[in-house]
Design a binder for this molecule. Structure first.
Ligand code: NAD
Ligand code: TYD
Length: 361
């Protein structure tokens, strides 16, 4: 079996669902350790209720005793670490949680895993893997014309979030070089798709558009992100887990660089087509430019050629197919959206956009 951390969040939950649905892995159980912060949501995993292949445990990756006990009990052949505080804007308002989970939590997890790994028999020890899921944001910001991030790009994190992720990547690297722990690291670009918490750009725009609320674009909206459909990300992680070279990092991207404003217009156009407004106007009329994020990185772009050349991975979705599926998913799942818009969510939206902006829930 495998141990997944953060498997009630956006990417981790998609990973667990896809893993258990896949022909290759469906018979291999998953232990899912998640603290259930505001971003963790068991509704996403509702289809696994009563399924013996999925064992959910609420807890913290920083709780070494708990992690040690889980490892000893379930004897996983791999640990895949998704658990993190993941939202840049929240890291600007309150960086402490990011240091606790992303830095200290990863450290404690690595130590617990190392103790477990040291106690394994020779063949299990050799087969064991610790896969750490990270971000392209550790590389900092690119100019318009600079080449996309390769794995050799220097680390230049600019936000408390990306700095904490960079620190975690360095710890993972050091645990390999110093202790021999068999690690793999993936650094991916911005994900989108089903079950994405509506504090992030794409789901926020869909949810606000449908609610008749403003669509808050930071600054000029010309910041560029490289969008990756979450299910493509999950398939890349499965590939790296199976065949990645020990101690290596692999960049995962969708070859979809787009300015934010184009993303918002695409979402509006899809909603105009799939759920036209009664008055015939476009959702694009709700777009509002708001104050920019402090220290806002201008451009991210991933060069995913290493993953393709070494492991034969390529994304299955184009942005056009992936964004259509995503908008369709949100239209088909209003209950999921309503359930995540809890008190904590409303509190965040008020803090970030101001009560008068009337965005969010
Ligand atoms: P998310 O915020 O949706 O989910 C994070 C999950 O981790 C939540 O379920 C939360 O409850 C859990 N968690 C938080 N602190 C924990 C702790 N101390 N112990 C155990 N569980 C804890 O994040 P996501 O978008 O699913 O991202 C998953 C991983 O991928 C993160 O490491 C993130 O840095 C990385 N990543 C995400 C993106 C993206 O676009 N979403 C891009 C690049 C990298
Ligand atoms: P986000 O989804 O927060 O991801 P990240 O900051 O990790 O890239 O934001 C994606 C881009 O969208 C980023 O450039 C910030 C911008 N953005 C807005 O313009 N408005 C918003 O309300 C949000 C949440 C993000």
């Amino acid at each position: 079996m495998i141990l997944v951390t953060g498997g009630a969040g956006f990417i981790g939950a998609n990973f667990v669902l896809d893993w258990l649905a896949s022909a290759d892995h469906g018979s291999e159980p998953v232990v899912n350790l998640d603290k259930l912060t505001y971003a963790g949501n068991l509704d996403t995993l509702a289809s696994l209720q009563g399924d013996a292949r999925h064992v959910f445990v609420q807890g913290d990756i920083g709780d070494a005793a708990l992690v040690g006990e889980l490892l000893a009990t379930h004897q996983p052949r791999a640990v895949i670490n998704f658990a993190a505080e993941s939202h840049v804007d929240r890291s600007i308002h309150g960086p402490e949680d990011f240091i606790q989970t992303n830095v200290l939590g990863t450290f404690r997890l690595l130590e617990a895993v190392r103790q477990y790994w040291l106690g394994l028999g020779a063949s299990q020890k050799e087969a064991f893997r610790f896969l750490h899921v990270s971000t392209d944001e550790v590389y900092g910001s690119l100019s318009k014309t600079a080449p996309a991030f390769a794995e050799t790009h220097p680390y230049e994190p600019n936000s408390p979030y990306s700095a904490s992720k960079a620190a975690s990547d360095h710890l993972v690297r050091a645990w390999h070089h110093t202790y021999g722990l068999p690690v793999l690291t993936t650094n991916c670009s911005n994900n989108y798709g089903p079950y994405h918490f509506p504090e992030k750009l794409i789901p926020l725009m869909i949810v606000n558009a449908l609610a008749g609320k403003p669509l808050p674009v930071y600054g000029d909206g010309m910041q560029i992100r490289d969008w990756l459909y979450v299910k493509d990300h999950c398939s890349a992680i499965r590939r790296v887990l199976r065949a990645g070279r020990l101690g290596e990092t692999y960049n995962v991207g969708g070859w979809n660089e787009k300015p934010n404003i184009d993303i918002v217009h695409t979402v509006c156009a899809l909603l105009d087509e799939l759920r036209p407004k009664a008055d015939g106007s476009s959702y694009a009329t709700q777009i509002t430019h708001v104050t920019d994020r402090p220290g806002h990185d201008r451009r991210y772009a991933i060069d995913a050629r290493k993953l393709e050349a070494e492991l034969g991975w390529k994304p299955a979705e184009t942005f056009e197919t992936g964004i259509r599926k995503t908008v369709q998913w949100y239209l088909a799942n209003p209950e999921w959206v309503a359930n995540v818009q809890s008190g904590a969510y409303r509190e965040w939206v008020g803090k970030q956009y101001g009560a008068s902006a009337e965005v969010g829930a």
